[in-house]
Design a protein around this ligand. Sequence first.
Ligand SMILES: Cc1cc2nc3c(=O)[nH]c(=O)nc-3n(C[C@H](O)[C@H](O)[C@H](O)COP(=O)(O)OP(=O)(O)OC[C@H]3O[C@@H](n4cnc5c(N)ncnc54)[C@H](O)[C@@H]3O)c2cc1C
Length: 464
Amino acid sequence: MERIRHQAGDGPAAIPVDALPALDGELVVDTASRAALADDFGHTAHRLPLAVLRPASVADVAAMLRFAAAHGLRATPRGQGHATGGQAQVSDGVVIDMRTLDTVHKVLPDRVVVDAGARWSDVLVATVPSGLTPPVLTDCVELTVGGTLAVGGVGGTSHLHGLQTDNVLELEVVTGDGRVRTCSPNYDRPLFEAALAGLGQCVVIVRATLRLVSAQSSVRRHRLHYGDPRRLLAAQRRLVTHHRFDHVTGHARPDEHGGWAYVLEVGRFHTPPATAEDETALADIAPWDGEVETKDLPYLDFVSGTGRDGDEPPAAGEWTRAHPWLGAFLPDLSAGEAVADVMATLTGEEVGEGGRVVVHPTTTDRFNTPLFRVPGGPVVVHVALLRAAPPDDPAAMARITSASRAFSERVRAAGGAVHPTGTPPLTRDDWQAHFGPVWPRFAAAKGRYDPHHVLTPGQRIFLS
Ligand SMILES: Cc1cc2nc3c(=O)[nH]c(=O)nc-3n(C[C@H](O)[C@H](O)[C@H](O)COP(=O)(O)OP(=O)(O)OC[C@H]3O[C@@H](n4cnc5c(N)ncnc54)[C@H](O)[C@@H]3O)c2cc1C
């Protein structure tokens, strides 16, 4: 059989080309195309795929998965590659570059139908002019719809609307054995629940019907400053449980004295002439330091980050540094102590100029995605260490990795859950503990929908 062979050291490195299915798009094997997808936002993992599929149709995705299953290859869907630990990489198979399937198909008064490779910014551009928006957006809207639906998608409005995965009305997916299927909460629910926050293990999400709500035209944003994380958390907890603002987040960033500045950020969505009067909403929260910073922003600027978060962009080169990011959800009761301990040992240098530590409590009563694991209780605290490693400094990287392990252990000991997009990805044992009561269901879904274990080995969940 004729084979395309690749560089030595690149695994089995063989694609049986004479068995390749007809494609509407293209399968490329040149080194530059493959090397471009042997990286991600973390820049810590590098696995050279055998080939890259640029699908032009859902049929291409299905044909490639059937081909991979038949020839013992792996395949992984990849969106914008903003994972930070190689989760969308594969060395013994094909990366499916979902960015070529990025059409926003139709915008209706309550929903939008969109290809999974579209970015949330594409969705906003299509919906906001009609006065509509997805209810939950991630901090960065340049992530793909499929990429965040595969992990959950938490945002500043999650206390009101849950996760992005809780706002999906229908999905079109391709299962690991190459079958195109439609699923929703009312139709083939087991498949729907295996897809959402399913980390690309059972299906490739190819199209999604997403809930839309009215978009207001403006956001009045307030920033309040705190000197310690416990007061920040107390203020945030009150705001999210009482639904005082549409958007509530917070973070710590290095201050000019070598310590940490804690910032509470809230936003109220409104359309003038309606106003956003917030005096009473802030009246009884934990006292802050200094003045409240208030700014009015167009809705699109606010949600797309323009002028919202870190008004000054990070220096050139900062975003190309390694990003061994790690996020977790902590139980409300232990979060204050855990965050204070982490911040006491973390240095500003370790998070870098563009980095920060997200401190973001949210209520969980709107969370309804079985595979998205959070600790029990009405409030959980999302803590994310968004670090940047100094370039060419393996010792610093080793320190960060060891600190990440210690943080993960602390999270687990406190009954929390590590967020699965970080660095390094979890081990198989960690995963079983992570999924806890839903592990048997998840493992059964893997066997049913991806019986040949083709999909997404970079998550290291079902590796033997
Ligand atoms: C700057 C930045 C800001 C972020 N902000 C937030 C935030 O506010 N809230 C939050 O929850 N997360 C946030 N994240 C994490 C982010 O949601 C995840 O890393 C997300 O998976 C990235 O989307 P992507 O399109 O880049 O996916 P990729 O990194 O390309 O893929 C991530 C995983 O999803 C799988 N996948 C990709 N597409 C599909 C598909 N169509 N079907 C099935 N599986 C698929 C991949 O195989 C891989 O395992 C942020 C990350 C970054 C770098």
